[in-house]
Design a protein. Structure first.
Length: 259
């Protein structure tokens, strides 16, 4: 290495360290994650109409998400689904509404997340406080589901998701952005395109489904994802264990009524 190049490398290294120390962590609304209501697999024979109405309750304890931690929250969702009869019976439309409320703490798990002033704020009493939040979510999608033989199914859907939020968390992240300590990826009320895919086996008259969902942002790094595994009992009761961008672990229990 040439001695003449050494000062240039030192300057470049110092500049890089300075830049990485000035990148604020990203914050987003808790409602921007995919709505936590999972698709009810069609149980009527091929070609027959199915109408479903589902109610779910879900919650999380000491979970974590994108630059948030100690998320303790609970909520519920109501979903309506319609499969028509005849040749187009694999097609369906679904509408869901959900609400969640709880408390959380600000954290720092983004990469990179090295803004010194934000780290100093986290270490303060204010940075260690719990902040309340609440969100409403509305989603409407259309899709198709197909049987792969007698025991397997596969489906996909796409549509729009809307959300509105409030609470101390929303107010605080706005004030932190004004102080250049964080960068907000969205507002407390917004909408996003959404999509999901699912598959699984039929077990007796019930079903096990693995579902992956996305709400899309302007950039791939701003996409929110959700992965859940559900069991649907023939009686209509069902349960799901899931994780998403804003909740590392959550459980949902519910009941479906088929018409």
């Amino acid at each position: 290495m040439s001695i003449k190049k050494l000062p240039l490398l030192l300057i470049a290294g110092a500049t890089l360290l300075t830049m990485t120390g000035c990148i604020p962590p990203k914050m987003q609304s808790m409602g921007s994650a995919p709505l936590p209501a999972f698709h009810q697999p069609k149980s009527t024979p091929a070609g027959e109409k199915q109408v479903s109405l589902s109610a779910d309750a879900y919650g999380t304890i000491a979970s974590s998400g994108l630059n948030v931690e100690q998320v303790n929250a609970g909520g519920g969702a109501i979903s309506f689904g319609f499969h028509p009869a005849g040749a187009i019976s694999p097609l369906f439309v679904s509408a869901s509404v959900a609400g969640i409320a709880g408390t959380l703490q600000f954290g720092c798990n983004d990469v990179p997340c090295s803004l010194d002033s934000y780290e100093a704020w986290l270490a303060s009493k204010e940075g260690d406080d719990d902040y309340t939040f609440w969100n409403l979510q509305e989603r409407i999608v259309a899709g198709a589901e197909f049987n792969l033989g007698r025991h397997l199914f596969l489906g996909a859907a796409g549509g729009l998701q809307f959300y509105q939020g409030g609470g101390d968390y929303e107010s605080k992240r706005d004030r932190l952005e004004n102080r250049k300590l964080v960068e907000n990826m969205d507002g407390k009320a917004d909408w996003r395109p959404t999509a999901s895919v699912w598959f699984g086996p039929r077990v007796s008259d019930g079903a096990i489904a693995i579902e992956y969902g996305i709400t899309f942002g302007e950039k791939p790094k701003e996409w929110n994802t959700q992965l859940g595994i559900s069991y649907f009992h023939p009686s209509g009761f069902h349960g799901t264990v899931f994780t998403n961008t804003n909740t590392s672990f959550a459980v949902s229990l519910g009941k479906s009524f088929l018409f």
